[in-house]
Ligand binder design. Structure first.
Ligand SMILES: [Zn+2]
Length: 284
């Protein structure tokens, strides 16, 4: 499931490709992904609009568009869900089976494809208002982080997934950050010592920055066959050892040796999600 780094890399890739492109036609193939808006409303809002900006907020892609003669920009919000992908495809090419929304830009189509349809591509920006600070932004300070944690009884791993605490960290990077900080995933958030909070705050930023740097070297141009086209997964690029080595230290590595001490990595379930950790390096 894509998290902050994957979305950031995708945003950087798409931004120059979409800049100043005009949407000629809108095809909504799966009404569910456009949310509460009707297909008709969605189509009307976007047809004829020109892309003028793209940013990331948490795990969301935030597209800004302009309609000629209208002062107010149109905001289109994308979320990849579990399996969503976004890419440009030559307009002549056959659309993939799970194309959910297709925006025709002339000679190319901007495709939102999603095999499981948990992703969203809609005009509703209300989810953005509930997001906490960006972990890599200046607002996410160790002090603010400490203050938020000291009020929470939840285990620290579960708390890190709370998007109102910080935006964009999911299951993969929560496990990785806790490992790097040497903090037990089951420790209640309010029990972390000041030193642990400081280490975790730093680890979150390091892990995310590394993943972005690593992912930005992955070519994302849609070639029409590779399964990785249009998205990358940090440390998990099947069949692509040439792009980068395995980077994940604990995530999805149950039973394998801890890279720091050799102890077998363990998996446990917290709030219905898998957590991976080293029982030796993350004792408390
Ligand atoms: Zn270890």
């Amino acid at each position: 499931m894509p998290e902050l780094p994957e979305v950031e890399v995708l945003v950087r890739h798409l931004r120059p490709l979409l800049q100043d492109r005009t949407i000629h036609r809108v095809h909504v193939l799966r009404a569910k992904v456009v949310g509460r808006a009707s297909t008709r409303t969605f189509t009307r809002a976007l047809r004829g609009a020109k892309f003028c900006g793209l940013a990331r907020r948490g795990k969301y892609l935030v597209f800004q568009l302009r309609q000629t003669g209208r002062a107010e920009p149109v905001t289109l919000v994308g979320h990849l869900g579990m399996t969503g992908r976004m890419y440009l495809l030559p307009a002549k090419a056959r659309l993939p089976k799970h194309a959910a929304v297709v925006l025709n830009l002339g000679r190319e189509n901007f495709v939102f494809e999603d095999t499981r349809y948990f992703g969203r591509f809609n005009l509703d920006g209300s989810a953005l208002a509930r997001l906490g600070p960006e972990p890599l932004g200046v607002e996410f300070t160790a002090k603010r982080f400490a203050k938020a944690l000291c009020r929470s009884q939840q285990s620290i791993k579960v708390k890190l997934l709370d998007q109102s605490l910080l935006a964009g960290v999911g299951n993969i990077y929560a496990s990785e950050a806790l490992f790097r900080a040497g903090v037990a995933p089951t420790l209640p958030a309010r029990r972390l010592t000041a030193a642990q909070v400081q280490r975790l705050w730093r680890a979150i930023r390091v892990v995310l920055r590394e993943a972005i740097a690593c992912g930005s070297t992955v070519p994302l141009n849609y070639a029409g066959r590779g399964r990785r086209d249009g998205l990358f997964y940090f440390g998990r690029a099947p069949g692509a050892p040439d792009y980068y080595e395995e980077r994940l230290r604990v995530y999805d590595r149950a039973g394998k040796p801890c890279p720091a001490c050799g102890t077998a990595i363990r998996r446990r379930v917290q709030a219905a999600r898998s957590t991976f950790y080293c029982p030796q390096c993350q004792r408390r």
